[in-house]
Design a protein around this ligand. Structure first.
Ligand code: PBG
Length: 334
């Protein structure tokens, strides 16, 4: 925005002139969306029979390892640069100690290796948090009802190193513990993984829009209490900005705002203030709202691309979205 916008009075200025034809509209489009802006989150299960559609996310499947490989190949064909893996782990193997979180053969790490083999040029992103392996469904260790910060950070470091070892390109700490970015960055450096990037879930709010995701990864029935002692209060914008500043200062390469559409004000502010690579997560509940309305016939499917363009307009470099393959296909069709 120029400091002093010059607008001649009507009729010298008729803003409709430049909206008259498709050519003029194309010429004056301020923002654009392409497949290169998308990160595709997928759910990978190790539980026999759990593959298939997620009830609260119609159109999104839990995948087997083979399904994940096919998704990776599809992402490459569509020009989607990155895929993000979320494990659906065996519920019988979840523990209070979350030991499987840093097992080199957990389902998340197997998926990293399988995808890297199938599509070596695709960037593989991970999720770092203990919830897939935690019997309590929390992102951190729980003792006497309290989520432990520093002990959790040590476990997250082990988890991150196992993911880096398996070949991850981008690590996505989504846990919201304090001090984790600095600890991860230092540990990666020490272990020789100096080029593994960190996309911090820096401004992650305590949101009910995550409901369908917790169904997808099998965490909903288990979560004891809520995540309000570590995720940000949806009322707080300044605090979100401080979280982003802190994570960048600790060595995050990229930052995320999550959820997306209800928090576009935060996206804009983060981009303007820090100028860092900025991503938004259009989360499971946003997907469910849009897809539900489309399937009811209440909205046209074109709202998908409009919703994604809104993130670009708000300053985001990219978007994590379950719509990634569908959107890339629609963009390719033009
Ligand atoms: C948990 C995690 C969550 C999501 C990504 N990582 C859920 C939560 O914090 O409870 C949500 C993604 C979505 O809703 O699509 N570490």
């Amino acid at each position: 925005m120029p400091a002093t916008p010059i607008i001649a009075p009507f009729p010298a200025t008729r803003l409709r002139r430049l909206r008259r034809t498709p050519a003029l509209r194309a010429l004056t489009a301020e923002h654009s969306l392409s497949a290169a802006n998308l990160i595709w989150p997928i759910f990978v299960t190790e539980v026999a029979g759990a593959e298939g559609e997620i009830a609260s996310m119609p159109g999104v499947d839990r995948l087997t390892l083979d399904g994940a490989k096919r998704a990776a190949e599809r992402a490459m064909e569509l020009g989607i640069p990155a895929i993000c893996i979320f494990p659906h782990s065996d519920p019988d193997l979840k523990t209070e100690g979350c030991e499987r979180a840093w097992d080199e053969n957990n389902i998340g790490n197997r998926a990293i290796r399988a995808i890297k083999q199938a599509a070596p040029d695709l960037a593989v992103m991970t999720d770092i948090a203990l919830d897939p392996y935690n019997i309590n469904g929390h992102d951190g260790f729980v003792r006497d009802g309290i989520i432990l910060n520093d002990e959790t950070v040590e476990a997250l470091v082990r988890m991150a190193l196992a993911q880096a070892e398996a070949g991850a390109d981008i690590l996505g700490p989504s846990d919201m513990m304090d001090g984790r970015i600095g600890a991860l960055r230092a540990a990666l450096e020490r272990a020789g993984h100096k080029d593994v990037a960190i996309l911090s879930y820096a401004a992650k709010f305590a949101s009910d829009f995550y409901g369908p995701f917790r169904d997808a990864v099998g965490a909903s029935g288990r979560l004891v209490g809520d995540k309000k002692t570590y995720q940000i209060n949806p009322a707080n914008r300044d605090e979100a900005l401080r979280c982003v500043a802190r994570d960048l200062a600790e060595g995050a390469d990229m930052v995320m705002v999550k959820p997306g559409m209800p928090y576009l004000d935060v996206c804009r502010e983060v981009k303007d203030r820090f100028g860092a690579p900025t991503y938004a997560y259009q989360v499971s509940g946003e997907y469910a709202m849009i897809e539900g309305a489309i399937r009811q016939g209440w909205l046209k499917r074109d709202v998908v691309l409009e919703s994604l363009l809104s993130f670009r307009r708000a300053g985001c470099d990219g978007i994590l979205t379950y719509y990634a393959p569908q959107a890339a296909e629609a963009l390719a069709r033009g």
